[in-house]
Design a protein around this ligand. Structure first.
Ligand code: ADP
Ligand code: MG
Length: 696
């Protein structure tokens, strides 16, 4: 029988293991570092390193690695063995505090957006003691931050840690102003729900587009898609179920709180949701989850696709980023409690989030911008590119009362469950209440739904943390001067909600009317990465990040360039793949099929010259027309790719790739799909959408 509690965290140097392996004093010092961010003395680090190594070796490890999250979006690791030579040609296993705290990978092969050109190539990884070390593939993995020789962040974790610190500082100010003398620390909690597709490995291997791009670039629509809504929460097929079981067990070993699994809307699409954790650990765990999802799939003859839009015509995948703020005593500051209208602390934090989302729509859009996610945002399946907030009827009623000064009527609302102690204090947004909002209040947390399935959630979270911290800091500045805190806070909430209520939208975000309405409200509609990304370096944004020491101006510029460059590179790879498939496989396949048809027509005529092979002739004519068109589209795409070579500016280049290359790819695809729909399955060189989506 599976002993889950025993297996849970068995590959992790967690609190329990630390207690077992560390001397009491060392453990206490380390805890201080973890909880209060106190720097760790090298002598203590030596003891910790030794204990980690002993534990790791007992559990089969031979190597260690600093595990970090460069701007590539995936995690990086470089493994060193513990061996150290001794006399007589022997070795001992060693691991020092210095090796634990600091690593020196060569930074020059990671994207840096120009930082490495201006500074040195050397980079450092620095131990993040707030995230537990773990053993993966016989290596002790130490979560680390990654920065350049001169200290610029080259990774996704550093700004996240900085932003959590800054949110802590500003939230603590508010709590103190409100008379809270007990709380010592505030942190963000994050629960990322991860969507993914599973396809059969053998089918996958026959598709260059999936291999090189993670998404299909061609493929005619199958007779059935997701229109029957019969996959969402449907019973899980045995092969998928076996995969999910294995995945859960693997994740539990790493101390990842995998909780919920179910089928998603599109055929072959599924979801995994963990129980929330601190922002930092949730991020590390999500990175690890994505990696393990892929690895476990291999064992089952499957491939896990994390791309935001693997298949046209059915839903793509996202990652719902559930976000809240919690005190060290476990109080959720976004919990409205029994009477939200009287809960001034809640109202202040709520108002801060409302203002932050309105003031920084551009940054939220940027935080989820990627070549893959652009296919999702704006389609009728995911939140649109327009950022708005959903608060639900109950909170809207609370805010109405704040604004009007009229009484808050909760009794008439059947949804408020203030009478029964056993029920939650506040109504929750059940799954079908409003699934269309990008930023939805769901009872005691916000759910940012625009995040792409393949992205590192650090990006969305450091941006949310910083923008909310910024508003809290302004609130604190104002309230610190106030004589009567309660009425000043009430006024502040009223003023803030009044000024920023345009960002609140409880209706259907997928509708055409909303696009028009949002434009009337003056909300941004940044449909693609090339449109959004240049705003990263606006004066407003530079001032926001530098004020709170989350990013320097150099770091912001570098991030902008890395993201723009990555976008162009991805579309370039996709275009080259599409051209390769078009020229090497599709064109020859269609030509061969036409030949087959022609031969058939001749055979028929050979039997009896009087018979007119009308069907063959008609099909030949049709396919031949399409083929002529196809070769023209190949030519257009070829030229579009070449045209990019002259553009030097990253922003201009990205825009060029969107408007010329991506557009040409879509046109090429349309013709190919039409040909596929008119050919025999046997003659088409790739497994069809139907096979990919329905064969597992
Ligand atoms: P749903 O989105 O379907 O309503 P849940 O309410 O169960 O689902 O929550 C979804 C995700 O939100 C889970 O990962 C859960 O752990 C996370 N979550 C719940 N409470 C919080 C919180 N206070 N902070 C961050 N995430 C949370
Ligand atoms: Mg959800």
């Amino acid at each position: 029988m599976l002993n889950v509690p025993e297996m849970f965290g068995s590959a992790v140097f967690n609190d329990e293991t630390m207690k077992k392996y560390l001397p009491k004093v060392t453990y206490k010092e380390l805890k201080k570092t973890i909880e209060n961010g106190k720097p760790l003395d090298i002598n203590i680090a030596n003891v910790v390193a030794h204990a980690m190594k002993e534990w790791a070796i007992e559990n089969g490890a031979t190597h260690y690695t600093h595990w970090f999250q460069p701007m590539t979006g995936i995690t990086a690791e470089k493994h060193d063995s513990f061996i150290s030579p001794t006399e007589g040609g022997k070795v001992i296993m060693e691991f020092s505090g210095k090796e634990l705290i600091k690593g020196e990978p060569d930074a020059s092969s990671f994207p840096s957006g120009g930082i490495r050109a201006t500074f040195e190539a050397r980079g450092y990884t620095a131990w993040d003691p707030t995230s537990y070390a773990f053993i993966k593939d016989s290596s002790l993995c130490i979560p680390t931050a990654f920065c350049s020789y001169t200290g610029e962040a080259l990774d996704k974790k550093t700004p996240l840690l900085r932003s959590m610190e800054c949110l802590n500082t500003q939230a603590m100010r508010i709590l103190r102003i409100l008379g809270d003398t007990e709380t010592t620390h505030v942190t963000t909690t994050v629960g990322p729900e991860q969507e993914y597709f599973l396809v059969d490995r053998k089918m996958y291997e026959k598709r260059k587009d999936l291999i090189y791009c993670g998404r299909t670039l061609f493929g005619a629509r199958p007779p059935k898609g997701q229109e029957l809504d019969d996959h969402y929460f449907g019973s899980i097929k045995p092969r998928v179920s076996a995969y999910m079981k294995d995945l859960d067990e693997e994740l539990w070993k790493y101390g990842i709180l995998a909780k919920t699994k179910h089928n998603e809307v599109a055929p072959a699409q599924h979801e995994l949701a963990p129980i929330f954790d601190t922002g930092n650990i949730a991020t590390d765990h999500n990175q690890l989850t994505m990696e393990i999802m892929k690895k476990v799939a291999e064992k089952h003859g499957l491939v896990c696709l994390l791309h935001e839009k693997p298949f046209a015509g059915v839903n793509g995948s996202g990652k719902h980023n559930n976000w809240a703020i919690s005190t060290n005593n476990g109080v959720n500051l976004l919990d409205p409690g029994k009477n939200p209208r009287q809960n001034i602390r809640f109202l202040l934090f709520l108002a801060a989030v409302i203002r932050a989302v309105d003031e920084h729509q551009d940054l939220l859009r940027i935080s989820v911008a990627s070549a893959g996610n652009d296919h999702r945002l704006g389609g009728n399946e995911a939140p649109p590119a327009i950022i708005s907030m959903y608060l639900g009827d109950d909170l809207t009623e609370v805010l109405r009362s704040v604004l009007s000064g009229q009484e808050y009527i909760s009794e008439s609302k059947p949804l408020m469950r203030t009478t029964a102690e056993v029920l939650p204090n506040f109504t929750k947004d059940t799954s079908d209440r409003n699934r269309t909002s990008p930023f939805a209040f769901t009872g005691n947390k916000f759910e940012f739904r625009s995040v792409g399935s393949a992205e590192n959630i650090a990006c969305a979270n450091f941006i949310i943390n910083t923008m909310v911290a910024d508003v809290l800091s302004d609130f604190a500045d104002q309230l610190e001067k106030a004589k009567d805190i309660k009425s000043a806070a009430e006024d502040l909430v009223k003023k803030t909600v009044g000024e920023h209520k345009r960002i609140i939208f409880n209706g259907n975000n997928y509708s055409e009317e909303w696009i028009e309405e949002a434009a009337r409200r003056g909300l941004l509609n940044l449909r693609s990465l090339p449109e959004a990304m240049p705003l990263y370096t606006s004066a407003k944004n530079i001032s926001l990040f530098t004020k709170h020491h989350v990013l320097t101006e150099v770091e912001i510029r570098s991030r902008r360039d890395v993201l723009l460059e990555k976008y162009s590179k991805i579309i370039n790879i996709e275009a080259l793949t599409a051209l390769d498939m078009a020229k090497k496989d599709i064109l020859p396949a269609v030509t061969a099929y036409i030949k087959e048809l022609a031969e058939s027509a001749n055979l028929v005529k050979a039997v009896d010259p009087e018979i007119v092979p009308a069907a063959q002739t008609e099909l030949i004519r049709k396919l031949n027309n399409l083929l002529n068109c196809f070769t023209k589209k190949i030519d257009v795409l070829d030229k579009a790719v070449v045209g990019a070579k002259d553009i030097k500016d990253e922003a201009e280049n990205a825009m060029y790739f969107k408007e010329n290359v991506l557009a040409a790819m879509q046109e090429l695809r349309a013709v190919a799909d039409e040909m596929e729909a008119n050919m025999s399955a046997k003659a088409w060189p790739y497994p069809s959408y139907g096979t990919l989506l329905f064969s597992v």
